[in-house]
Design a binder for this molecule. Structure first.
Ligand code: SAM
Length: 255
């Protein structure tokens, strides 16, 4: 199988997987294996204060594996880009935090997700938010446009992570920061798992070894790279050998 076909095949499988979830409105990311990214009907990741004033169905539609928007520590006036914005929830929280002088821009490749995000934005009457169609590997964003890149449970889904890291570096302003929640692996996953397209959609098969993740960000030019397993994952890390878990990832583009 050539690399190009594999890349296209993974993208198509992931797009179908999330197209179906957007249409079904179910919150379900990841294998139900205790990786912190399982199916749910409510939102287990964001503090209730962040979700105040957001209708229950929008607040409950998370396919993430953590709280990237809180990790981002957004300030008024900042521009935040959300990679793989899904139904838009973290963009709506970000838009409120950056205020009218700032902007939240979501990027997603799945038309059904973009449709859902735009319709949610209209319901919420949020004006400083937009959703752009595109790939993480070729972001539809100009150079140096963002103060912050955030992303919740998406980079693991990319078949070309070094290119995603380069794009993140390109679109950040000097001194800009990265705040990512993602699924990573303790060790390399088997070829059998990596070839399983259903497991790609489920935020499993694409999980990068935790050390390779940090090295990939550094190779793209980032500094102060930190990959912090979630507390529950860290506690059980010995039992997770060869398995996946969620982590909070931060980094900075040099000023
Ligand atoms: C697991 S969901 C997470 C959605 C959202 N971040 C959340 O927390 O609810 C992954 C999202 O990323 C999008 N996605 C996956 N791979 C992508 C890629 N290579 N380029 C652009 N979007 C991608 C999918 O369409 C889907 O909406």
């Amino acid at each position: 199988m050539s690399t190009t076909i594999q890349l296209d095949e993974i993208r198509a499988a992931v797009r179908d997987y999330y197209g179906e979830r957007a249409a079904a409105s179910s919150s379900c990311c990841g294998p139900e294996s205790g990786d912190g990214c399982g199916c749910s009907t409510s939102n287990p990741f964001h503090n209730a204060k962040l979700l105040a004033e957001i209708p229950e169905d929008i607040a409950g539609f998370t396919l993430g594996c953590g709280d990237a928007v809180s990790l981002a520590q957004l300030q008024p006036g900042e521009v935040a880009i959300d990679l793989g914005s899904g139904g838009g929830l973290e963009c709506f929280i970000a838009a409120k935090q950056v205020g009218p002088t700032g902007r939240a821009i979501g990027v997603d490749m799945t038309p059904e997700m973009l449709g859902k995000a735009w319709s949610n934005a209209a319901r919420l009457k949020v004006e400083n938010v937009e959703f752009r169609k595109g790939y993480l590997e070729a972001l539809p964003v100009e150079d140096g446009a963002a103060d912050v890149i955030m992303s919740n449970c998406v980079i693991n889904l990319s078949p070309d992570k070094p290119q995603v890291f380069r794009e993140m570096f390109r679109v950040l302003k000097p001194g800009g920061r990265v705040a990512v929640s993602d699924i990573v692996a303790n060790g390399e996953l088997s070829d059998e798992i990596k070839r399983n397209m259903e497991l790609w959609g489920g935020c499993y098969a694409g999980a990068l070894d935790v050390h390779d993740y940090a090295a990939g960000l550094a190779a793209a030019g980032f500094v102060d790279v930190a990959v912090q397993p979630k507390r529950d994952a860290a506690d059980g890390i010995a039992a997770l050998a060869g398995k996946v878990f969620s982590a909070a990832i931060t980094a900075r583009k040099p000023a």
